[in-house]
Design a protein around this ligand. Structure first.
Ligand code: CDP
Ligand code: MG
Length: 145
């Protein structure tokens, strides 16, 4: 079982797509093991997007990511990191495959609805930016009737 960090970005949140996006991940069999709503500030953006600092689009990316609330969550499942990236689709919706979240919900290569970790190392790093250990469910799923 793998865990990955997903963000529902401010564009998708603002357009009321959050429910549809969460539903899609659940339908694909992932479990939500952590979730919160927050507004990213510039400091948090600079930590989360550290590898993008200095790129030509960085300031606009930060402006977009801090422009409204977003939902952060940790999804758990087999091969979650690669599978969630695949379900999300390519960064630019114009290049994203049919049936992907970005194809369906993204407006542009910047305002692209979702973020997901791209490797086990990024997943570990990114999950710890948004969640403390006690905020991540790590128990069983035997729900009592
Ligand atoms: O999110 P993903 O891993 O698919 O793409 P990335 O190349 O790691 O870029 C991170 C985010 O920066 C993208 O999801 C876009 O929101 C934004 N970006 C942008 O605004 N303009 C670009 N030319 C490239 C990325
Ligand atoms: Mg990336």
């Amino acid at each position: 079982m793998e865990k990955t960090l997903v963000l529902i970005k401010p564009d998708a949140f603002d357009k009321h797509y959050s429910g549809d996006i969460i539903k899609r991940y659940e339908q694909e069999g992932f479990r939500i093991v952590a979730m919160k709503l927050l507004k990213m500030d510039e400091r948090l953006a600079s930590i989360h997007y550290a590898e993008h600092i200095g790129r030509p689009y960085y300031q606009d990316l930060v402006g977009f990511m801090t422009s409204g609330p977003l939902i952060a969550m940790v999804l758990e499942g087999e091969n979650a990191i690669a599978r969630v990236r695949e379900i999300n689709g390519k960064t630019n919706p114009a290049e994203a495959a049919e049936g992907t979240i970005r194809k369906q919900f993204a407006a542009s290569g910047r305002r692209n609805a979702v973020h997901a970790s791209d490797s086990p190392a990024s997943a570990k790093r990114e999950i710890s930016i948004f969640f403390s250990e006690c905020e991540i469910y790590d128990g069983t799923y035997e729900i009592m009737g």
